[in-house]
Design a protein around this ligand. Structure first.
Ligand SMILES: [Zn+2]
Length: 344
């Protein structure tokens, strides 16, 4: 059994804090912007008060130590023969999702957030609410930014099937939101992408950058899955969003959330095709970040962590590794590109 202490011994830029959580091991005076974070009150379901104290965060998205491999996106050892067959796999998949969600809602508090910001030299979190058709969590994100204007920047989240979609986007612009976030799948849209394109167009009109969860795990083979599992695994694949960009003006600012996870090479291709698109790096590896820098340059890459689903330190340490001899790339990825994109 590998302990966390043993695991990070040879991992440059990472250490453990007094609670045994991964934190950054780096000293420099930079004001980092984390472009992908959530909080306890911006998730669907019950709104959890971020002022609650004493809740512990478990980072349920991280694999167990024995399965962890920071050299690949998603940081989970790849088993090319991984099987996800039958209904049990689907149930397990849903249960894991539920556990992650519970942990984020429980641990995404001010107390934990501020500690993580301090431990990791992060000045500002871009907070991304997750709205559904029935529950719009945008105003909760705005409340955070109003309470702590130096620590948070609020994105809104409007579902494409929201009957007041357009009015809301215009209203949210005047209220001070800086962009829009959405997590949506082709299954949920039933392969009808028109409402999503309308939403993108409204965002374009008001000048909102749009960040979507993009990407899937590509190592699982079709024959090792059931039909339903395959559909689930592919439901946020990068290709869906790349195709939609063809329907939009070339200066529409789209951010590929997670840089497409295992599909980062396809994200690089789309970044070449669409000059106003960006890639947000949460859950990427040193090598995949280097790949993106080499293919598309560093001016459209954004540091993001997906906290509190994942620790802020791990992606940050991967960015530091990937930019060891390139100070300019480092400062662009850690805050300059974000400032440009957000106009701040
Ligand atoms: Zn996220």
């Amino acid at each position: 059994m590998v302990t966390k202490q043993e695991f990070i011994k040879d991992k440059k830029y990472l250490k453990l804090n007094e609670d045994g959580d991964f934190v950054i091991d780096y000293n420099s005076k930079i004001d980092i912007i984390d472009f992908h974070t959530h909080m306890s009150n911006v998730l669907p379901g019950k709104i959890v008060n971020p002022n609650i104290e004493g809740n512990q965060l478990k980072y349920e998205t991280l694999p167990d130590m024995k399965d962890m491999d920071l050299s690949v996106p998603y940081w989970r050892k790849i088993n090319p023969d991984e099987k996800k067959k039958g209904i049990i796999s689907v149930i397990k998949f849903s249960l894991e999702g539920y556990k992650i969600f519970k942990d984020m809602a429980n641990g995404g508090t001010y107390e934990n957030c501020f500690k993580s910001q301090k431990d990791n030299m992060i000045k500002t979190n871009v907070v991304l609410p997750l709205s559904t058709k029935k529950s719009d969590r945008s105003m909760e994100a705005l409340r955070l930014a109003k309470d702590y204007p130096n620590r948070f920047i609020a994105f809104c989240s409007v579902h494409p099937h929201d009957t007041e979609m357009k009015e809301k986007i215009y209203k949210y612009k005047t209220l001070g939101f800086k962009g829009l976030k959405l997590k949506i799948t082709d299954m949920e849209l039933k392969d009808d992408f028109k409402p999503l394109i309308e939403l993108f167009k409204a965002c374009y009109e008001v000048g909102f950058p749009v960040l979507l969860h993009t990407g899937s795990l590509t190592h699982i083979k079709r024959e090792n899955t059931s039909n339903l599992m395959w559909k689930l695994l592919k439901s946020t694949k990068v290709e869906i969003f790349g195709k939609l960009l063809k329907e939009l003006p070339s200066d529409f600012k789209f951010v590929f959330g997670h840089s497409g996870i295992a599909e980062y090479k396809l994200v690089a291709e789309y970044l070449k095709e669409f000059p106003s698109s960006y890639a947000e790096l949460s859950c990427q590896s040193e090598d995949s970040i280097k790949y993106l820098i080499n293919e598309v340059g560093y001016e459209r890459l954004l540091y993001g962590s997906d906290w509190p689903a994942l620790p802020q330190a791990i992606t940050l340490s991967r960015v530091l590794l990937a930019t060891e001899k390139n100070e300019d790339a480092r400062s662009h990825i850690l805050y300059k590109n974000a400032k440009d994109l957000l106009n701040i």
